[in-house]
Design a protein around this ligand. Sequence first.
Ligand code: DOR
Ligand code: ZN
Ligand code: ZN
Length: 401
Amino acid sequence: QVIDCTNLTVLPGLIDPHVHLRDPGDPRVETFLGGTRGAVLGGITTLFDMPNTAEPVTSRDRLERKIELMSGQIWCDVGLYLAATKTNSVELGMLEQQENVCAIKVFLGSAKGELLVDDDASVETIMRDGARRICFHSEDESRLQERKKLFTAGGPHRLHADWHDVECAFLGTRRLAALARRTGRPIHILHVSTAEELSYLRDFRDLVTTELLVNHLTHFGPDIYDTHGGFAVMNPPIRDRRHYDAAWAAVRDGMVDCIGSDHAPHSREAKERPWPETAAGLTGVQTLVPVMLNHVSEGRLSLERMVQLMAEGPARVYGLANKGRIAIGYDADFTVVDPGHRRVIEQDWIASPCGWTPFDGYECTGWPVMTVVRGQVVMREDEVLGSPSGRPAVFSTAGLS
Ligand code: DOR
Ligand code: ZN
Ligand code: ZN
């Protein structure tokens, strides 16, 4: 097979470190097959799958079951998060050594049931049992509950950003930074969404790494709520322009380690419910690379910086083995892009069964034209090729970060 890359750019395989594939769950919304098909169509070679599925990944049995279920169902390589509860820290401390585990994920707020770990004592216990970098959804749950009382149901969707306000995220992040300092455990704060957190975390770079989301780098309120309604609702929320500007400043000045999509599909019906019953979460694994390439073409970051944040960064933060760079001994994972190709993102391009994207109608300059996973061309010019032969991604737990 001859591959002609005239006028194309070959990048190390791009990684989406924040994806909710939801499997096992509701196959009308998302599946391993549909979500990873979207990933390779969008130029992603590896993704990390979140653990808050119908049966959350809280134990060895659940982890092993997920690995079995994935087999023959994934188009790209997939690393797996473990879900913390208030009672499984000892088991997770051992299980985080399993080679396919990317990290433990803790919901400090915004989660239901056993996945909510909202008190400092439980978080400290989790930090003390184990060694690898822990990932956090950082929102303060008591403040969220208090603020909810201030609003009446049925208001406009932009109230979502007032409810999950800056202090919800900032307070969560201050608590986590203090606990990281006290225990010495490295942590990764997912989807940092405020100027305040980005500035505060400057003093914690020795222990705290950060992720920003493409939605927070592309949209801002209140505009996005006026145009998208419930299809703009996510946690932490899309905020006003001040935070968007701070996020871009952070991308340029080195305060950010990873960029992810937080692909979190919900049915249209759940997104159309009146606020605050609207399901929170947006799709994004398939559109992440085109949208970021467009930001490159519009001069918001360099292609080199984009690769740092979408390949080297995730590989370093999570300890991904043999991926993240083009180097001898590394997997032959490549994303080939056409930096000058102009194309509009269209809803019916989306492979996820839920079938919608907040980027419908968004015009991109720059497009992924080929996805190569471990030497196999799995996507070429919008065609998905071969069979779903993705594997569980492998992490090196030897040199712990
Ligand atoms: O908007 C969100 N959706 N934020 C989360 O933290 C969870 C996610 C989901 O699973 O739907
Ligand atoms: Zn989250
Ligand atoms: Zn998420």
